[in-house]
Ligand binder design. Structure first.
Ligand code: NZQ
Ligand code: ZN
Length: 390
């Protein structure tokens, strides 16, 4: 087993009524705050008023970057960076889902750069510092509230690029109040749940020595949490227990804890990012369509054991079944969960994607070489997986 470093320096306020700590936490970093938010959900549900009331109470001044899109665009990052420079912003507060938090992270870094923020995504400029980032996370999905990564899209080049910069983009403080996720739509709740599940799957399906027993049990627990509570949240959007379990699972699925020994790249995420780069689809939906096809494509004698463990320990598949039969059943149960229980669409055809861009998307997903995941994939493999999704 390899050695590892565990370092997750985000302070989390979890639960109801924690926003009363917002003012004092922001004040640690300065007095001029840039509030970043999306298309208006926080105005509709009253959160914007609560946030600005806390900021006022603490005697701080705020500015706004609004209209951040799902699959956030680099134009929003550039706009945010401009405000930071012009207004002398001290600290950034993201209020929203993963898109808002991701945009806020790269805005915080771009504030120290004079060129186009896209240079950060292409690594022409590699930031070593950023303004301090705090967030109020309103959607259980990406876990951006506790990781140092983000994903930004460029509609001109049809690229969607994401990576982490540990020590630079990690939020200082995150506020996770499950009641703020009550207003998330059924569709976004389902997509977010598929995303959480995928994050765990990406770190569960690893070659030998890429995990350990203790971590496997945590990962199985996280997956079972999504499978148990996503349907409850869909049925009863205001169920605190369900929303709280999903929210904390979302953070822990990606915050670095379960992935400390990860010895291979993620597979479905690079493929999905190419889909949302071109078709602007919801990230979790793309993952839901891809994941069972990827599973089916890579299932063979060399990977069957992992699928067997997954089926037996996560979905309760009969352990006495032959390994391959149990493995196949586990993929069927994954499909049932995503398309039946969560009600997500199951094919590209249903969401208007045909094979026109398969070749270019596959080439980009493996960066013209090999996607070095659980089972390494070449361009032709990825094209076949895309074809299975039609
Ligand atoms: O924009 P507003 O009006 O706020 O509405 C949003 C948006 O339309 C809405 N929403 C969010 N919270 C709500 C709410 N509606 C009602 N009540 C609330 N409490 O939901 C819609 C989707 O929001 P978005 O932020 O786009 O969703 P999500 O959190 O799933 O973020 C997706 C983005 O994150 C990236 C994805 O690729 C995608 O760009 N990812 C980021 C990761 C990371 N930082 O580590 C990892 C992920 O794998 C992922 O790639
Ligand atoms: Zn994801």
């Amino acid at each position: 087993m390899s050695a590892f470093v565990y370092d997750i320096p985000t302070k989390v306020y979890f639960g109801e009524n924690q926003l009363e700590h917002l003012g004092k936490e922001l004040a640690v970093y300065g007095s001029r705050v840039l509030i970043c938010y999306g298309g208006g959900s926080i105005k509709k549900n009253g959160l914007f008023d609560r946030v600005t009331a806390e900021i006022k109470k603490a005697g701080l001044t705020w500015f706004e970057l609004s209209g951040i899109e799902p699959n956030p665009r680099v134009a929003s990052v550039n706009q945010g960076a401009q405000i930071c420079k012009k207004e002398g912003i001290d600290v950034i507060l993201a209020v929203g889902g993963g898109s808002v938090i991701d945009c806020a992270k790269f805005t915080a870094a771009a504030a120290f750069y004079d060129g186009d923020a896209w240079d950060i995504m292409t690594m022409k400029y590699q930031p070593t510092k950023a303004l301090p980032i705090l967030d109020i996370s309103t959607l259980s999905a990406t876990g951006s509230d506790m990781d140092a990564g983000g994903v930004i899209s460029n509609p001109d080049t049809k690229d969607k690029i994401g990576f982490s910069i540990p020590g630079v983009l990690q939020p200082k403080v995150s506020f996770l109040d499950p009641t703020l996720t009550y207003s998330v739509s059924e569709y976004q709740t389902a997509c977010g749940s598929a995303d959480i599940l995928s994050h765990v799957i990406e770190s569960y399906f690893v070659p030998q020595n890429g995990s350990m027993y203790m971590l496997d049990k945590v990962k199985e627990g996280l997956m079972k949490t999504v499978i148990k509570y996503a349907p409850v949240a869909l049925e009863e959007p205001n169920n605190y227990e369900a929303r709280a379990n999903l929210q904390w699972a979302a953070s822990w699925a990606i915050n670095g804890f379960t992935g400390v020994l990860q010895n291979c790249a993620w597979s479905c995420h690079p493929m999905e990012h190419e889909l949302s780069a071109i078709y602007d689809i919801t990230h979790g939906l793309g993952l839901a369509i891809l994941t069972p096809r990827w599973m089916k494509y890579i299932l063979d004698e060399t990977t069957v054991e992992r699928f067997y463990e997954y089926g037996v320990n996560v979905f309760g598949v009969d352990a006495s079944l032959p390994q391959m039969e149990a493995a196949e059943k586990s993929i069927e149960m994954t499909k049932d969960f995503l398309y039946g229980t969560l009600g997500l669409k199951s094919t590209f055809g249903e969401i208007g994607i045909d094979d026109t861009n398969f070749s270019i998307m596959a080439k980009k997903a493996c960066q013209g070489a090999v996607l070095p995941g659980f089972k390494p994939l070449k361009q032709e493999d990825i094209e076949k997986i895309f074809a299975m999704c039609l």
